[in-house]
Design a protein around this ligand. Structure first.
Ligand code: GLP
Length: 244
């Protein structure tokens, strides 16, 4: 779907999420959202906050799993995804704290593998992800699944690509301060979601969107695996769709 502006596109995605939440509420059921960070989804979160405040949209029946977190990372750090999610979404809605899941950047190395396994188990125990929100990195990554990530990969500790670290440099006041690693849900974890919205805005994403959508399915562009997903909608503004 190509929208004129990222604002219209974000409203569309937020509406889909709200509709799912409400339809589950109507039958007293929960829903599970897979959430992303970065600049791309911020407007979707703002719209959801707006719907909470103006329409009384409740998140009491919602469970969330964030895609990724830098490693190591303290939750109160400026750059942590915990802080990002609190500021953009969780502090402004009525989601129960215990329903929120974000990969833990404070774990010692020997605890990471167990944590990742448990993260996958929790998603499965709740019935799997209903809607997965995604942005896309310049390397073609989804979450922090950099080039070379396999289609079946699950939540794990990964090494960040140089391009990704350069893109994050301004957030960390210099590339040398960007963590070299992250914990991310895998391509396989993302592929298990029932519905995926992959969003991209602006000219800077046009070339990677072309590769992800029209290029060969390859681990060089991990987002290209989504071509095989049964229900993935790529949501773009005009600028990011300009090379299609
Ligand atoms: C980071 C996040 C990704 C996100 C990407 C793009 O790498 N881990 O989940 O999709 O940034 O960021 P932006 O939306 O700011 O372009």
């Amino acid at each position: 779907n190509v929208f004129k502006t990222s604002e219209e596109a974000s409203k569309f995605v937020a509406r889909q999420v709200a509709d799912l939440i409400k339809s589950r509420q109507a039958s007293n059921k929960h829903c599970v959202l897979g959430l992303a960070t970065g600049s791309t989804p911020t407007r979707v979160y703002a719209e959801l906050v707006n719907m909470h405040k103006s329409e009384g949209l409740s998140f009491r029946n919602v469970y969330t799993f964030n895609l990724d977190e830098y490693y190591p990372m303290q939750p109160d750090s400026l750059q942590s995804y915990v802080r990002f999610m609190n500021e953009h979404l969780f502090n402004h809605i009525d989601i129960p704290k215990q329903n929120i899941h974000i990969p833990d950047g404070t774990l010692s190395k020997d605890k990471v593998a167990d944590f990742c396994r448990e993260y996958e188990n929790k998603i499965d125990q709740l019935g799997g992800i209903d809607i997965q929100i995604l942005g896309i990195g310049r390397t073609g990554h989804i979450g922090f699944n950099e080039p070379g990530s396999s289609e079946k990969s699950l939540t794990r500790l990964v090494t960040l690509d140089q391009v990704t670290r350069i893109d994050a440099a301004s957030d960390f006041f210099g590339e040398e301060n960007v963590p070299r690693k992250a914990i991310t849900m895998g391509v396989g974890s993302i592929m298990k979601a029932r519905k995926v919205f992959m969003m991209a805005w602006g000219e800077g994403k046009a070339s990677v969107i072309k590769k992800a959508v029209e290029g060969p399915i390859t681990d060089h562009i991990p987002s290209s695996f989504l071509q095989k997903h049964a229900d993935c909608l790529v949501v773009l503004d005009e600028a990011s769709s300009s090379e299609l």
